[in-house]
Design a protein around this ligand. Sequence first.
Ligand SMILES: NC(=O)c1ccc[n+]([C@@H]2O[C@H](COP(=O)([O-])OP(=O)(O)OC[C@H]3O[C@@H](n4cnc5c(N)ncnc54)[C@H](O)[C@@H]3O)[C@@H](O)[C@H]2O)c1
Length: 327
Amino acid sequence: MAVIVTGAAGFIGFHVAAALLNRGEAVIGVDNLNAYYDPALKEARLAYLRRFAGFRFHRIDVADKAAMFALVDASPEVDRVIHLAAQAGVRYSLEDPWAYVDANVHGQLTVMEACLRLPACRHLVYASSSSVYGGNTKLPFAVADAVDRPISIYAATKRAAELFAETYAHLHRLPMTGLRFFSVYGPWGRPDMAAYIFTDAILHDRPIEVFNAGDMRRDFTYIDDIVAGVLAALERPPADAGPEDRPHRIYNLGNHTSEDLNRFIRLIETACGRSARRIPKGMQPGDVRATYADIDSAQRDLGFQPSTPIDTGIARFVAWYRDYHDM
Ligand SMILES: NC(=O)c1ccc[n+]([C@@H]2O[C@H](COP(=O)([O-])OP(=O)(O)OC[C@H]3O[C@@H](n4cnc5c(N)ncnc54)[C@H](O)[C@@H]3O)[C@@H](O)[C@H]2O)c1
């Protein structure tokens, strides 16, 4: 048996693949290694994964139907799929909305169709995002809240993927779990996200741009907690309870702590041993002021219990950053 992990060269996909390989599973990694951020980081993650005998890698675009179908047709041993490949990032979705529809909507459809071709596929776990909550002001964000008012194309494509999944669970009874991740950070993290941007700037003595003068709150979630949540979900495919129900569930995976952005920056300053020079900026279009995850259902159904406070997580991130960049 084997697991396909899409986005395996990405931040979360890399960690999930490594965790599966560490427990002896066979992993088929898929990624198109696009240049949204430095592909050298993606190659470095792959180099780590390639040390495991159980790892195979295919450079494929998940929206490429012919390539994805050829892969699954040649891999009948796959019984689970974790779909993490996506065009991520809220801000870039204002620049190139097509990239988001291609990767996140077309890609979701193609991955689901690929699963249907797999004779033994019993579960598709896919990534959604806290951004689907859009401008909701009721905190914490709960899965049952209305999410029909996205404020970025990224969010709209993630919500579309959830709706496509709901439809496929109804039509094809394919068991699926969607996970709404909340601001994930940690070693091997993404260069377009806050922890990396701030650390990089502070250690290179460049000023940092602080949006909304730091009056923002984020539910920052440490990567190891996310991996534990993904693996717990993977082991619990939703049951098919008959025509009135669909074998599709959605969960929030967050730390259940809404942190002040200024405190987040202070922790990075402490870990770097230097102060940041701050440039106050306005609110960015598409950005939300606060995120905060209600994780009750993930705790109940998945046993999800995030355990890494940002004080610990940020110190680990900065230590990785220094080591990776040799500084
Ligand atoms: N990191 C977070 O805070 C966060 C929060 C919410 C949701 N998510 C979601 O989690 C998933 C993983 O995010 P990440 O932080 O690891 O991002 P990432 O950009 O590091 O990883 C995504 C990977 O997918 C690959 N990819 C993109 N488009 C592709 C395509 N069409 N075909 C094949 N591969 C493709 C990229 O090359 C990249 O390696 C994504 O679905 C993202 O939307 C992440």
